[in-house]
Design a protein around this ligand. Structure first.
Ligand SMILES: Cc1ncc(COP(=O)(O)O)c(C=O)c1O
Length: 449
């Protein structure tokens, strides 16, 4: 496409006008849908569009506004968000307190100078130290989950002087070149090999972890870090069996490796505690945060570490930097998120709502076993496992037609994720259960089960 600055000026003015409008005419709405599909194909990635941007295959559902546990498409059709942006919306869509903090901060200062002391970064780092367990004390603020993992990997290398990492099969830690090594699926990583020196072991298998740690130590390929998602999200909502995290802690201590917990998806109250590792009473050396950390309003993550993991970094603070990470607007969102989580006791709400869903969905699994195998997980991080990928996709599609958004894991619909905003009201949980049963019935009928 050739350069055309006049067209860019016209189009940017048109879009600014759209953004500022409270309501759109039917013609404007149609144009947005048409433009979005065309520009996605021409300027974003046609392959993704063909794969599916959601279970809405007719592309008419272009998202436009959101509030609470719901979002609306551009035509005003409301959907219950049972996917929750893969765990982003812990405090709900545009929680008023989070929104206010961001707008207040924006009205005073946007991005920080990069040179002076910016206070919101320091308040947020202090709050993170207050809400994380054990001696986790320092925070490096990032722009995304993958960047939080990169920070953990670098701190582990700086602390141990080693370069070997152990991850878990089914693990997902992001897609930048460092974190991608820890992500275990071939289709994501194979085109980019060789990556850092990673070995993956079966998730939840203490003996496998013992064996690899002993073997690495024996062969001199000493381990810098063991990186674990306490509940695997992309891998299919697999909860670490009791005792697994503690065993990993013991092995890391024995062999001088850092223990890294990726709480990007399962942290910030989603599982019923502020962080999942609290269930097992295990404190990692490093923890990665992201997704819900910015309350679903702003993108922000954190690499969190103990004093030991920060020693080398304190000696040389230029070992790791970022321009936008920890900017005051994103910090304002994260500070408000922490306040809302505590003020509204959202972790306790997540525990209660999760128990309710888990029981009711497992009752449905007993009623419709040829389609739905079971539901597992903790708090509002649940996964429904179907008898196969195709049936899972059919149920997701059928739910979408009933104005409920849900999605699979690892580009596969055999397990559908349930990660709604923690503020979701009871009536919407019941509506979801009702629509789920209708969708299961529909799938039964379609296959003459
Ligand atoms: C557990 C986990 N770690 C890391 C990431 C990567 O985060 P981001 O997509 O913000 O880079 C994700 C994203 O899905 C995740 O679920």
């Amino acid at each position: 496409m050739s350069q055309d600055l006049a067209a860019a000026k016209r189009e940017s003015a048109y879009v600014l006008d759209l953004i500022s409008k409270k309501t759109l005419t039917p013609e404007e709405r149609q144009r947005v849908i048409k433009d979005s599909v065309q520009y996605w194909a021409n300027h974003v990635n046609e392959g993704f569009l063909q794969y599916r941007k959601s279970v809405s295959t007719d592309y008419t559902a272009v998202e436009w506004s959101d509030e609470g546990a719901c979002f609306k498409d551009i035509n005003g059709k409301e959907f219950i968000d049972m996917l929750g942006g893969f765990g982003i919306y812990v405090t709900g869509h545009r929680h008023p307190k989070v929104l206010k903090a961001v707008l207040d901060q924006l009205n005073r200062q946007g991005i920080h100078s990069q040179e002076l002391i910016d206070p919101l970064r320091t308040y947020l780092a202090h709050l993170v130290a207050l809400i994380t367990p054990g001696d986790l004390q320092f925070a490096f603020l990032t722009n995304s989950g993958t960047e939080s993992i990169e920070g953990c990997l670098k701190m582990a290398v700086a602390t141990t002087g080693r370069h070997k990492f152990i991850g878990c099969l089914g693990g997902f830690h992001g897609k930048s070149m460092g974190s991608l090594g820890g992500t275990s699926k071939a289709i994501f990583r194979e085109p980019f090999l060789p990556l850092l020196n990673w070995t993956h072991v079966p998730f939840g298998d203490v003996d496998a972890l013992k064996m690899i740690m002993a073997s690495c130590d024996f062969s001199g390929d000493r381990v810098a870090a063991v990186v674990i998602e306490p509940i695997q999200g992309e891998g299919g909502i697999n909860v670490a069996p009791p005792g697994y995290l503690a065993a990993a802690r013991e092995l890391c201590d024995k062999y001088g490796a850092m223990l890294v917990f990726d709480e990007i998806q399962c942290g910030m109250g989603r599982t019923g505690k502020m962080f999942y590792c609290e269930y097992d009473g295990v404190v990692p050396d490093l923890m990665a945060l992201g997704k819900g950390f910015g309350g679903g309003v702003m993108p922000i993550g954190a690499t969190v570490g103990t004093p030991k993991t920060w020693e080398k970094y304190i000696e040389n603070p230029f070992l790791h930097t970022t321009t936008f990470g920890g900017n005051p607007v994103c910090c304002a969102a994260a500070i408000a998120t922490i306040n809302v989580l505590l003020d509204e006791d959202l972790p306790a709400q997540a525990a209660k709502k999760g128990d309710y869903l888990l029981k009711n969905i497992n009752d449905l699994a007993k009623k419709y076993p040829k389609v739905l195998k079971l539901c597992r997980g903790k708090g509002l991080m649940l996964g429904m496992e179907f008898t196969n990928d195709e049936l899972g996709y059919e149920v997701a599609k059928s739910l979408f037609a009933r104005q409920i958004l849900i999605s699979g894991t690892y580009i596969n619909a055999r397990v559908l994720r349930i990660e709604p905003p923690l503020v979701i009201p009871q009536a919407q949980l019941d509506r979801f259960l009702e629509m789920l049963e209708e969708s299961l019935q529909e799938t039964y009928r379609a296959h003459k089960f």
